[in-house]
Design a protein around this ligand. Sequence first.
Ligand code: SF4
Length: 430
Amino acid sequence: MKIAIKTLGCKVNQSESDVLAALLINEDISLVAFEDQADWYIINSCAVTKMSEKKTRQWISRALRNNEKSQVILIGCYSPLYIRQFPLPQPRLQVIDSPEKIKKVMEILNLPWDESFSSKVIPETERARVWLKIEDGCDHFCNYCIVPHLRGSVRSEEPEKIIRQATHLERKGVQEIVLCGINLGMFGKERENTNLIELLENLVRVTNVVRYRLSSIEPFLIDKEFLDRYFSLIPRACPHFHLPLQSGSDEILLKMGRGYTTQFYRELVSSIRKYDNEVAISTDIIVGFPGESEKLFTETVEFCQEIGFSRAHVFVYSPRPLTPASQWDESEGVPSTIKKDREAKLLKIIRDGQLIYYRSFIGKTLSVLVESVNGNQDVTGYSENYIPVHGDGIEVADYGRIIPVFINREQNGILLGKIIQNRKSVIDSH
Ligand code: SF4
């Protein structure tokens, strides 16, 4: 049996697909590329914007066309919505609307499902950087966000399981693990005696994985104790925080139900920079939220200029079913041409700030996880503070390793430099 898996959306989806791939490989299933003729196509979908829904539907059509005898299984966040939008059964398509998606896939494929094995499974990945899902769900219910409605409330993995997985990944030679979740900072909320920082300390203590990164953490879940403990883990914890801002306007933040103000965010970034002024701060921003006037958008632009993000994902707002914002008066909506203009304008502002940040590392050495060994000037990998770097002198054997690169210039948003001959210095320092 040949199976192809397509993953859309966030890193949590990617991590779940990696687990599914590991289970299938354990059953001697041959995993093939999506373009190949597979017997089954599994699409792990996203519903965070209208565009993600559209893309998922396109992948379903493509899978059905690839092989006219194939079957398609749809899993992931879009599944419950897909059933609402297309309630009638469709030939060759099965939609799994259940948090136990992996178990259900195994059932449909008529493959054994063993809960105890699944709790030991190590994500299957060809990538140098591994995303390890440690938490699912969110209890925050921001007014625009469909995710808690689809993923449910916070569920954290057992710390022992996470440590076991990280230890296995270390044995496979993985040098960077990114801890991910839907609302990662909530890890451990429903368990006793654990939380994110404690887990991170244990991972650093028990394993020799060179570095750990947090995929994202909500600003309102960080306090001084967290920062004290986090910074004592650097360099094993990456000097990089992804703090979703969503808007730089207090009025819009309030309407979004984010629970903080720009002043709170400003003070948080300033306390982080007191520990280390070179730490990367990246973010997510939504433009065109209902009620976002030109004046309020300008507040976001100015706030982004003030903070100087190292990178940002800019999303164009689209109303999501089940959310309060989707019920609001349509007159508050921002026309789509204005939304597009704002997206372009903000991306330019972010890019300007990003280049200032990147160029501040010219003349310094960064530790780069090698993810590509192309000889040309492509990105070799990402530094500890998540800057794309090309290192001259890369060798095929360097794939997956963390090596020091002395940065000498910036070109097209990539830092260029030379690999330092004494490569072992970074790898063996842990
Ligand atoms: S914190 Fe807000 S934006 Fe993030 S997943 Fe939860 S509800 Fe969605």
